[in-house]
Design a protein around this ligand. Structure first.
Ligand code: GDP
Ligand code: MG
Length: 177
């Protein structure tokens, strides 16, 4: 778009956290490249992807970080969280253990952040309705209790993926502007 002379630009760091195989990497590849990988494989090389959007006529860049699979070893480092102003905390609606881990991820996020972080609880794989293990109501009530935004998504069929990222980015913008 045209530069109307405001010249203001924003760069926001957003992290994606949650247990292994909940779909973190696929949420990011769906959002940033409109791609989905049916085969789980370790994230190769890429630390983050940058996505630009326009809010209030201003250019906003979201630098969205993905773990390189280190969450399997509970070794997500403080460098990963450093400077993050937004977070998607992801679980898999077909695996309750991943929902049970959300509290731990929230604690870890809190430990590593020193500013306000816009937080979205994401129940991914909502296409797997037939083997659902966590109800929408449970997700909603945890989100209310912890004061998080909430959305169920599917990286497979694209349901709510753009929306989840955009709500977080909009909220970060609201927090800083
Ligand atoms: P990560 O370990 O959290 O990064 O998870 P991945 O993105 O690697 O995904 C783990 C597995 O779940 C892969 O086999 C994906 O294809 C699959 N997956 C990811 N998102 C979805 C989804 O929305 N629906 C379904 N059915 N499978 C998904
Ligand atoms: Mg991954």
């Amino acid at each position: 778009s045209d530069d109307e002379g405001g010249g203001e630009e924003y760069l926001f760091k957003v992290v994606i956290i949650g247990d292994s195989a909940v779909g973190k990497s696929n949420l990011l590849s769906r959002y940033a490249r409109n791609e989905f990988n049916p085969h789980s494989k370790a994230t190769i090389g890429v630390e983050f992807q940058t996505q630009s959007l326009e809010i209030d006529g201003k250019e906003v860049k979201a630098q969205i970080w993905d773990t390189a699979g280190q969450e399997r070893f509970r070794a997500v480092t403080s460098a990963y969280y450093r400077g993050a102003v937004g977070a998607l905390i992801v679980y898999d609606i077909s695996r309750r253990t991943t929902f049970d881990s959300v509290g731990r991820w929230l604690d870890e996020l809190k430990t590593h952040s020193d500013t306000t972080v816009a937080r979205m609880l994401v129940g991914n794989k909502c296409d797997l309705e037939t083997i659902r293990d966590v109800s929408v109501e449970e997700g909603k009530s945890l989100a209310e209790e912890q004061e998080l935004f909430f959305m169920e998504t599917s990286a497979l069929d694209s349901t709510n993926v753009d929306k989840a990222f955009e709500i977080v980015i909009q909220e970060i913008y609201n927090n800083v502007s």
